[in-house]
Design a protein. Structure first.
Length: 100
């Protein structure tokens, strides 16, 4: 994770320690893989598909394993090597993802 905030407060260190070795791989073919080690103890891997909404202001993640779920995140910035996402209602979470 490049940078993480909650309601504008930098919590990058907290995120990276809670979700150690976090990696999100978003493939051009529409698949994604998200993995991390929760509290540096429990391995977690999630996979699914993704797509943009019609005007590319949101990205929709459709988890297919484990279980199923849908997460819609607002795109704050999208470049070839940057993806900044906003999520949440009462707690606004901002993620700045960078290539590894």
């Amino acid at each position: 994770m490049g940078y993480y905030t909650e309601n504008g407060t930098d919590k990058t260190d907290y995120f990276n320690s809670t979700y150690a070795n976090n990696i999100l791989v978003v493939e051009k073919n529409g698949s994604y893989l998200f993995s991390y080690k929760y509290n540096n103890v429990v391995d977690y891997t999630e996979s699914g598909t993704w797509k943009f909404n019609s005007n590319k202001t949101f990205i929709n993640f459709f988890k297919t394993s484990p279980g199923t779920d849908t997460t819609d995140m607002k795109i704050n910035r999208l470049k070839e090597d940057e993806l900044w996402l906003l999520d949440g209602d009462s707690i606004i979470k901002e993620y700045h993802l960078v290539p590894f």
